[in-house]
Design a binder for this molecule. Structure first.
Ligand code: COA
Ligand code: MG
Length: 293
């Protein structure tokens, strides 16, 4: 899961395009990109489109439903689960209990659609409310459906009354950096993927590339996109380089050859257990990206 492209669920034209751009995941949106009066139309359009076209895309298909406080989630699931999406994105999640709540709902819908129990994954956005940020530690061990955690800045700014999310230099202000950091820590604690948030200024490719590079450096394993042009940049940034794969293989091999000790030396440099763990993580990411590692 490197690239996750949002596509508004009421736009057949964008769905058509979004299924073809090589995103690891297409997130068909029923939430913030859909006006209140169009929710029903978006459900019908999205469900029909997914059922008819999912066989022709290699992308996983997720659906972003409306959050649990809206009263719309059940209708979203009733309309979309029969189209057999791979996952549900849960916005404005307030903590682990929200994931368990959604999981219980999914169980019923899966049964009614002839899907096995647990077939549909859950990817919550965990920093869109203040309570959500503060509850980041509650996601670990909530559900086997949990595949990752991601974060969002726009809804949090509205929730807390922040007039901006970034300072004059374009850097996220403290509260949003905390939200971003909590997501990384919470994902690691829950042993699931950490997915970075969207970059709304879709014409600023240099800014986007810099933000992708920073996210990859810090431990995110993927990033959400709002525009097709962002997808190849994400895929490239979050695919380990040939050199990184080579280095990691050398570390794993050196530990194996030495009988799995605590520490080894390679080319005059010390490598201990944390290096081995990092190397194994990188190789797992390379394999997930389809590289033979
Ligand atoms: N998914 C699929 N196709 C998309 C797309 C997306 N997210 N964003 C743009 N496109 C398509 C456009 O329809 C256009 O297609 P065309 O060449 O056949 O006309 C092409 O890509 C180029 O788009 P462009 O003209 O550069 O942008 P736009 O002004 O049409 O769209 C947005 C700009 C922001 C409205 C659009 O990118 C979008 O809808 N993004 C997703 C919004 C969303 O889901 N938000 C919720 C999560 S934060
Ligand atoms: Mg939102």
């Amino acid at each position: 899961m490197r690239s996750l492209l949002f596509v508004p669920g009421d736009s057949e034209k964008k769905l058509e395009k979004g299924f073809d751009v090589g995103a690891d995941v297409v997130i068909v949106d029923l939430e913030d990109s859909i006006a209140a009066q169009n929710k029903g139309l978006a459900r019908d359009t999205a469900a029909r489109f997914i059922a008819a076209h999912r066989h022709r895309t290699s992308s996983l298909i997720y659906v972003r439903v409306n959050d649990l406080s809206t009263g719309l989630t059940d209708d979203d699931l009733a309309a979309l689960v029969p189209a057999k999406p791979d996952g549900i994105m849960l916005p404005k999640s307030n903590g682990g209990p929200d994931v368990q709540h959604l999981s219980a709902k999914l169980r019923v819908h899966e049964a009614e659609s002839g899907l096995p129990d647990g077939a549909i994954s859950i990817l919550p956005i965990i920093t869109e409310t203040a309570a959500g940020v503060l509850a980041a530690a509650t996601y670990a061990k909530t559900s086997a459906r949990l595949v990752g955690l991601t974060w969002g800045a726009e809804d949090l700014s509205a929730a807390i009354g922040a007039r901006a999310t970034r300072d004059a230099n374009g850097r996220y202000t403290d509260v949003f950096r905390v939200a971003r950091t909590m997501t990384l820590l919470a994902a690691s604690a829950a042993e699931v993927a950490a997915i970075d948030t969207v970059f709304p200024d879709f014409r600023d490719m240099a800014g986007f590339e810099a933000e992708c590079a920073e996210a990859e450096r810090d431990g995110f394993t993927g990033k959400m996109a709002i525009h097709p042009a962002q997808v190849p940049v994400i895929n490239a940034t979050f695919t380990p380089s040939a050199q990184a794969v080579k280095n990691s293989l050398a570390i794993v091999e050196a530990f194996k050859a030495a009988g799995n000790p605590g520490v080894v030396g390679i080319d005059g440099k010390m490598y201990d257990r944390p290096h081995l763990k990092l190397a194994e993580r990188l190789l797992a990411r390379a394999r997930a990206a389809g590289l033979g590692a």
